[in-house]
Design a protein around this ligand. Structure first.
Ligand SMILES: CC(C)(COP(=O)(O)OP(=O)(O)OC[C@H]1O[C@@H](n2cnc3c(N)ncnc32)[C@H](O)[C@@H]1OP(=O)(O)O)[C@@H](O)C(=O)NCCC(=O)NCCS
Length: 164
């Protein structure tokens, strides 16, 4: 990632820019739509990549489902910055937030399987995450035609591997 870019926690004043970035891809059916109000309510869960001039190039969020399980959600990188490592950096920052909160079991439901595979996530059956199915999937219009693929990473296993 370019040295003049800053990865940081989001602030309340970022909500409109995050919603805007998210909804570029929501308009293309690649992500869920999120209004500035929705983002503001969850702002403590967001991380962003900021340019030296202050603009936002990328965002992502940690969506908690239980004290030990969370989703890597709402990952979006401005199209002008694709392929520069910002997606990887955002997911790394979301993982850092998860570690701080003592959450070690992360998953993502995605239409970008190659991205999650490239950054070390493993494809798993979504049935492993009944919390997600109960909270979001059951009421979703696309429940029976969902084409999102589930990926997961155990931060605990990562740490055990590093220590070994
Ligand atoms: C998916 C997305 C977040 C990737 O962001 P990015 O900044 O371009 O990704 P990075 O540059 O960090 O790439 C990390 C790795 O993933 C790979 N990768 C990223 N997107 C890929 C794709 N569409 N197909 C194949 N590989 C991909 C890169 O080649 C790289 O691998 P490498 O390190 O082995 O070279 C970005 O394309 C995006 O915002 N897409 C639209 C929104 C979206 O679909 N978000 C996911 C919602 S869960």
């Amino acid at each position: 990632m370019a040295p003049d870019l800053l990865v940081r926690r989001a602030r309340p004043q970022d909500a409109a820019a995050i919603s805007c970035l998210n909804n570029v891809f929501a308009n293309e059916g690649q992500m869920l739509r999120r209004t500035p109000e929705m983002v503001a309510l969850a702002i403590d869960d967001y991380v962003v990549v900021q340019t030296a001039a202050g603009g936002l190039l990328a965002c992502g969020a940690l969506k908690e489902y239980s004290p030990s399980v969370a989703e890597v959600a709402a990952v979006a990188v401005s199209r002008s910055a694709h392929g520069m490592g910002l997606g990887r950096a955002i997911v790394g920052a979301v993982e850092g937030l998860a570690r701080k909160r003592g959450i070690y079991d992360l998953f993502a439901l995605t239409l970008q399987p190659e991205f999650f595979a490239a950054i070390g996530y493993l494809r798993v059956d979504r049935a492993r995450y009944p919390e997600k199915i109960r909270r979001d999937c059951v009421g979703c219009a696309r429940r029976f035609a969902c084409n999102e693929i589930c990926f997961a990473r155990s931060l605990m296993l990562d740490e055990a591997a590093r220590a070994a």
